[in-house]
Write a protein that binds this ligand. Structure first.
Ligand SMILES: [Cu+2]
Length: 145
């Protein structure tokens, strides 16, 4: 009976143990009240797809997923409500493509600080992320120029 209970708890806990990993979260400097931009890589190392459905940050009034596109030489961006991360795949947020928008910053984002946020997935997984405020993406571990 005890083993059964432990197995049951493990089965329930597994979906919430995030299948998606967040790498190199960073955000550009911005002034209070403005909109900040966040970038990262979401890697799904599991055999099941998951979908990013919501982002919250205590440092912003709201957080949106956007995608920048070039059309006829004009850059524009569109809001994305849900972002699927296919099994075994990664989605990169970078300038010119997917990005997070931190709307209504409660305080300025200064280089060297971090902006906390929580990513919520359709599976129920919630991931705490600290966006490093910097002028560009952090170096990948083991990556040298
Ligand atoms: Cu945007």
């Amino acid at each position: 009976m005890r083993h059964f209970l432990i197995a049951l708890v493990a089965a329930i806990a597994t979906p919430a143990a995030a299948a998606v990993e967040v790498a190199q979260p960073w955000s550009r400097p911005a002034v209070a009240g403005a909109t900040g931009a966040g970038f990262m890589t979401l890697a799904n190392r599991s055999k099941a797809a998951d979908t990013l459905v919501a982002i919250e940050s205590p440092g912003a009034r709201k957080v949106e997923i956007h995608r920048s596109q070039m059309s006829g030489g004009v850059a524009s961006m569109r809001r994305v409500e849900r972002l699927a991360i296919p099994a075994g795949r990664a989605v990169t947020f970078a300038p010119g493509g997917y990005h997070l928008m931190f709307v209504g910053l409660a305080r300025p984002l200064k280089t060297g600080q971090t902006l906390p946020a929580t990513l919520t997935f359709a599976s129920g997984a919630r991931i705490q992320v600290a966006f490093q405020v910097a002028l560009g993406p952090p170096e990948a571990p083991g990556h040298h120029h």
